[in-house]
Ligand binder design. Structure first.
Ligand code: ADP
Length: 464
């Protein structure tokens, strides 16, 4: 991958920019703080020196006569401002490039600081304070004068230049180290992303058993775990799909084989018409079975694709149950079973009437199918809190406890041969569960082998 377009690069650049801005601001802060405090110290020392010299008029006289000993790096002179125009310097021979404006301002005030450069290019910080050199009396004998104390700023300038040099080396060096460290850390932190991308590329539809091998506890670890979970779900879905397709083909193959055998047999030679009739009846029965199987497969395929159309409306469940009981009674009579309609209530639910009818008929159909002659099938409706409960009970063969968790799975049949012989496809209860769940309810079964089963359907009641 192009490094410039990588997150690593962008991370590092942003991080370096932020660091560069911070380091530059910090360096500038240090420089200005140091420069200010050094100059403030210098100014303070100039002030102290001027107070010291001014307090002793004899020293001023000594300066005037040019006999004052200058300290190292310090210039102390007097300046007379005779007639507002000409400036005289004392001791003579020294002159400092100060403007008339500055001199007159300093004389008029209490003291002024300024910075100048000597002809040799040396920087001087200078304090000018007005002094009175005349003897005490109404008329001063000398014109207004200034005591000027100047000190070289060479050391300060050198210290500041040294600081700038140090910063100019240290900041880029720190940035280079940070860049190296940043790239290293970004590479390390984002290494799992490469692992995730590689595994994702390697995963194929045919082999979803691969998992991303990132076990860190950070965000990328969590991302890998989430992706692994997703791949797991996809794997299960693909497996279900495969299983479903193979089960469906298998289920369709059985009636087709019967149809083929019957027709081949019938066509082999001339037969009495009763044989043809029997063959055609068999073919017709298998065709009906296939057709119903295909209907169920379509229902489930639509459910999986989320393309079902539901017509939800308020349904009087009591009325629906009594209507169903009429059909169930007829079916029970045909098989020599007793039918009992237990208690019913006027309960209203929100649902799709046709689909609810299909659901209850499926369960009733099973109850009738798996109950031997003389047994009983009963149907009842009661209220349980905010739910309506429809119970369908039979005194049939019952379901073994180990099969109960699976009977709502597609194509699951407790006894394959019996179910097929009875016309079952193993899809009925899967469709029932789907319908119940689409209504926000649940379906449960209690059963005992040889005693019977009770299927209970819970549906949320319509709030008034
Ligand atoms: P089938 O079309 O085979 O009946 P279902 O999905 O409706 O498929 O039911 C799944 C399996 O559950 C059946 O094969 C049967 O073994 C078992 N079963 C369902 N209802 C009953 C019942 N009332 N009594 C006993 N077994 C039942």
């Amino acid at each position: 991958m192009n490094f410039i377009h990588s997150i690593k690069f962008r991370f590092t650049i942003v991080y370096l920019l932020v660091l560069a801005v911070l380091l530059t601001a910090l360096s500038a802060g240090v420089y200005f703080y140091l420069s200010r405090s050094l100059y403030q110290n210098l100014d303070h020392s100039l002030e102290l020196r001027s107070t010291q010299l001014c307090s002793l008029p004899t020293i001023l006289e000594t300066i005037r006569q040019g006999e004052f000993q200058e300290e190292l790096g310090e210039i102390v002179i007097l300046c007379f401002y005779a007639d507002n125009q000409s400036v005289q310097w004392s001791p003579p021979g020294i002159s400092i490039p100060l403007s008339h404006e500055f001199i007159s301002q300093a004389i008029a005030g209490t003291g002024l600081f300024t910075a100048i450069q000597t002809a040799e290019g040396e920087g001087l910080r200078l304090l000018a304070v007005p002094v009175n050199l005349g003897p005490p009396g109404p008329t001063p004998s000398l014109p207004p004068s200034l005591l000027i104390i100047a000190r070289s700023t060479k050391q300060i300038d050198q210290a500041l230049a040294g600081l700038v040099r140090t910063l100019l080396i240290a900041v880029p060096l720190a940035l280079a180290l940070a860049a190296g460290g940043g790239i290293f850390l970004a590479r390390r932190a984002l290494k799992p992303v490469d692992e995730i991308a590689r595994t994702a590329q390697e995963i194929e539809e045919s082999d979803l058993s691969r998992r991303i091998n990132v076990n860190t506890k950070d965000e990328l670890g969590r991302l890998a775990a989430t992706l692994n979970e997703m791949i797991g779900r996809l794997e299960k879905a693909f497996q279900r799909q495969k299983q479903f397709t193979s089960d469906a083909s298998h289920e369709l193959r059985a009636p087709l084989a019967v149809i083929e055998a019957e027709s081949t047999l019938a066509l082999q030679k001339e037969r009495p018409s009763s044989d043809y009739q029997r063959s055609l009846e068999n073919i017709s029965q298998e065709t009906r079975r296939m057709s119903s199987l295909i209907d169920q497969l379509l229902t489930l395929a639509r459910a999986d694709a989320g393309k079902e159309q539901w017509n939800f409306a308020e349904i009087d469940l009591g009325k629906l149950i009594s209507n169903l009981s009429t059909d169930a009674e007829i079916l029970c009579q045909e098989k020599g079973l007793n039918f009992q309609l237990g208690q019913t209530h006027d309960l209203v639910v929100k649902g799709d009437e046709a689909r609810l009818r299909e659901l209850f008929m499926n369960v009733l159909d099973n109850a009738i199918r798996y109950t031997p002659a003389l047994g009983t099938v009963s149907l009842s409706l009661r209220r349980d809190g905010q739910m309506a409960v429809v119970a369908i009970t039979d005194t049939g063969v019952g379901i073994p406890a180990e099969d109960i968790p699976f009977i709502f799975e597609r194509f699951y049949r407790v006894d394959k041969s019996r179910s097929r012989a009875e016309g079952g496809s193993g899809l009925g209860l899967a469709i029932c569960r789907h319908i119940v769940e689409a209504h926000g309810g649940k379906i449960e079964v209690e059963s005992q082998v040889g005693v019977g089963s009770t299927f209970s359907v819970w549906l949320p009641l319509q709030s008034p």
